[in-house]
Write a protein that binds this ligand. Structure first.
Ligand SMILES: [Ca+2]
Ligand SMILES: [Ca+2]
Length: 474
């Protein structure tokens, strides 16, 4: 992908590189998150089947990072890393049940840091991990917050829409739901954000929109399913025998996750077309999530805040739909870790700019600090992306680092993905020649130098796993 919109860069001086500087008003923040949205989307790949026209609209306002990666491919460790700025190896928050707040009682989250600088913080939906009826949410981070119900789609359909009563949990479902669009969780989340944008704010605001889709169950109103007719669903490109060159570390890490795709394939053998309907559900849910982003952007543009609001959009991690015989996340491959990530900062980013450097969602916190001139926090693990917002082709030697459960890491630079598992086994993929990560070339002696170079970025210490949260009594 090319780099656009650099004209006029020479006219910028550090003195004006601060949003809202002209009238001395601190910039507002619109913080939009998506759940489980991967890179099979038109914003990151114009040939991809999943249509994301509104996220593309946002990308045209600022900088789209085409090679952005989560810190960990599961909701809780990824979101904890983004919101506290600390990677799992620092916090010990590796799994979806780790009690992140107990592990980090003194951590100041991004919204808390804005609060300390006089901001009003509001939000709705899924910002922190959603589990145990919202027990992972951080009340201290928001002046006002609209919680998701548990389950988010309550009331759930009386019977599973996919008809697969014995497959997975009630959440392992897909189909058109609810009948009235206004009842959809993400419509309610977007409504809250739109109401906030219509208010008169006396203070600068940090406004968080936690869109839940395309997280499972893959529910979306009927009109989004109509965009992906059953007789014309694009399926993921899959190489037969792709898993044959995976090392022992991969199977150990994913042992407990294998049932999902294995059982789906057993059902598929009995009822051909089931897999296709699941993929269709993901596609419809993703475009539904995108539509909520569009509603929020429309509201911002109609508000008094359009010219003085920095927009950040990210997905907490990617998603597999059968690639490498895997479903969901919880892995260290590109498909599970590569995410949409956009920053549009009036007066700073240039419209319709692509930055191809590898970056981490951990970098959001330090970047916002620099964008808004907040007090520095040197303890954060990420680094400010300001040099890349100024010039997307600036020199950038740092690769993105990903961790999933203690001892398993991936390093992604502009060309390679290197994975080291807890048992010492490795994978290496050459994205220049193998964008699907089909051929593990870690064993090829001529790649030894590349591996040694990437290994230097692995963490040298790893915090012990934080204890899991006990299920609260209801
Ligand atoms: Ca997620
Ligand atoms: Ca392979």
């Amino acid at each position: 992908m090319g780099t656009l919109g650099l004209t006029g860069l020479g006219l910028l001086s550090p003195g004006i590189l601060q949003a809202g500087k002209e009238d001395n008003k601190p910039p507002n923040i619109l913080f939009i998150t998506l759940d489980d949205l991967n890179d099979w989307t038109s914003v990151l790949d114009p040939k991809a089947p999943i249509k994301t026209p509104n996220i593309e609209r946002l990308a045209k306002r600022g900088t789209l990072f085409t090679h952005a990666y989560c810190a960990s491919a599961a909701c809780n460790p990824s979101r904890t890393a983004i919101l506290t700025g600390l990677r799992p190896t620092t916090s010990g928050v590796y799994g979806n049940k780790a009690d992140w707040r107990k592990a980090l009682p003194d951590a100041v989250t991004i919204p808390q840091h804005f609060m300390a600088h006089g901001y009003r913080t509001e939000g709705a939906g899924k910002i922190f991990h959603h589990h145990y009826g919202g027990a992972f949410h951080d009340k201290a981070s928001f002046h006002d917050f609209l919680m998701m119900p548990d389950p988010p789609d309550a009331p759930m359909p009386k019977k599973k829409l996919n008809g697969l009563a014995k497959y997975g949990s009630p959440n392992t479902d897909w189909g058109p739901w609810p009948a009235d669009e206004a009842d959809a969780i993400d419509v309610r989340t977007a409504d809250y954000v739109i109401r906030s944008l219509r208010k008169k704010h006396d203070k600068p605001f940090f406004l968080a929109a936690g869109i839940f889709r395309p997280h499972m169950p893959f529910f979306a109103p009927q009109r989004f399913f109509d965009l992906y007719p059953s007789d014309n669903v694009t399926m993921p490109e899959i190489l037969e025998g792709d898993i044959d060159d995976l090392p022992s570390g991969a199977s150990k890490l994913l042992k407990s996750k294998k049932w999902f795709f294995k059982e789906l394939m057993e059902i598929e053998a009995e009822s051909p077309g089931t897999w296709k309907e699941a993929v269709r559900g993901y596609q419809a849910s993703a475009t539904f999530a995108d539509a909520q982003v569009g509603r929020i952007l429309d509201a911002l543009d109609k508000s008094n805040y359009a010219d003085n609001t920095i927009i950040v959009l990210w997905s907490d991690h990617g998603y597999h739909l059968g690639e490498k015989e895997h479903w969901e996340k919880f892995a260290l491959w590109e498909k599970t870790n590569h995410v949409p990530f956009i920053i549009a900062a009036p007066g700073i980013t240039h419209p319709d700019t692509h930055c191809d450097k590898p970056v981490s969602l951990l970098d959001i916190y330090p970047t916002l600090i620099e964008l808004c001139s907040l007090k520095a926090k040197p303890e954060l693990d990420g680094i400010s992306l300001m040099p890349l917002l100024r010039n997307p082709e600036a020199e950038w030697t740092r690769p993105a680092l990903m961790t999933y459960m203690r001892g398993n890491h991936a390093v992604r630079d502009e060309r390679w993905r290197y994975i080291l598992y807890a048992d010492g086994t490795e994978e290496l993929y050459d994205h220049q020649n193998d964008p699907n990560e089909w051929t593990n070339v870690a064993g090829d002696p001529k790649n030894k130098q590349a591996i040694n170079r990437l290994k230097r970025w692995l963490p040298t210490t790893e915090a012990p796993p934080a204890p899991d949260m006990k299920r609260p009594k209801t």
